[in-house]
Design a protein around this ligand. Structure first.
Ligand code: FE2
Length: 293
């Protein structure tokens, strides 16, 4: 089967629902990965994703994780506002995407998603090697959350695994200093949401804070941002917004019932080749236990 796109009929009965735990990782499992088979191609680490800060840490774990002055510029620009689709247009659009190359996505997408992608294509900067698209069609009851976390975070962080990480007591570390202070151009994003009943929140002005160079999750960063309470906006209905890998944002619970199409396009130097299927459960919504139908 194709791991990058899935056509299916979306109905209230087919909407997958899981309990909200708040523990969902936005970017990859925090569990230790099984060793790659010797025949599997070794992943290429491009400059954009190289954990250069981690290189300064010895393999014996003897150096404690240092802190640095982190500044998030928080790029957030509303590039387009498209006509708001009807609920039926969203529900019946059919195809969802997972790390699908843009040109392939344009071929297989439903009519609404294709219109979004055509607008996004005009907005690409074009300085990265790959353009991938993720999309979801989800039905929310009030209180449902589109992912299993409401933590402030950035997308496309530089994730490190391996002996140096394990020596520091973790299976995974985000190299925040490499992303924020190395001068390497981060991945670029365009994001669309068909409605504003479950809108992503974005920080809209620069935020500076002291942060560990390497973080195992976004718990501490989230607490910092909530304490600082910077200006934020909710993404407008049917808008395409431009952000990058330094843009702080978070999911929030749905304020009302209804369907939502979410599309995100990334320009990145990192080649992504899927080796397992996550697309079937990609549109799951997460429901706090207090919310019942
Ligand atoms: Fe995100």
């Amino acid at each position: 089967m194709n791991l990058k796109h899935l056509r299916q009929e979306h109905t209230l009965d087919s909407q997958q629902i899981a309990p909200f735990t708040g523990e969902g990782a936005y970017h990859g499992s925090t569990r230790k990965r099984a060793a790659r088979s010797a025949s599997a191609p070794q992943p290429v680490v491009v400059e954009e994703m190289r954990p250069t800060t981690l290189d300064a840490y010895p393999l014996d774990g003897s150096r404690p994780i240092a802190e640095f002055e982190a500044t998030f510029p928080n790029l957030y620009t509303v590039e387009r506002v498209l006509p708001v689709p009807t609920q039926e247009e969203v529900r019946s659009d059919g195809v969802t995407l997972c790390w699908c190359p843009l040109e392939e996505a344009l071929e297989v997408a439903g009519p609404l998603t294709r219109r979004v992608l055509e607008a996004m294509k005009e907005l690409l900067i074009g300085d990265k090697r790959f353009v991938y698209v993720d999309s979801k069609i989800q039905y929310f009851e009030p209180g449902d959350v589109p992912v299993d976390s409401q933590h402030w975070h950035v997308d496309g962080s530089i994730v490190a695994r391996g002996p140096a990480v394990e020596a520091l007591g973790h299976n995974l570390l985000h190299d925040m200093k490499a992303r924020l202070a190395s001068g390497v151009v981060p991945p670029r994003y365009l994001a669309y949401q068909s409605s504003d009943h479950c809108a992503t929140l974005f920080a809209t002005s620069p935020v500076t804070m002291t942060l560990p160079e390497l973080i195992p999750n976004f718990d501490g960063l989230d607490a910092h941002i909530r304490a600082l309470s910077p200006p934020i906006v909710a993404q407008p209905a049917s808008s395409i917004v431009r952000t990058d890998g330094l843009s702080l944002h978070r999911a929030q619970a749905a304020s009302g019932a209804g369907w939502r199409l979410w599309v995100r396009c990334v320009e990145t130097d990192r080649e992504v080749l899927l080796d397992s299927s996550i697309i079937e459960c990609y549109g799951t919504v997460f429901r706090p236990s207090a919310v019942t139908r």
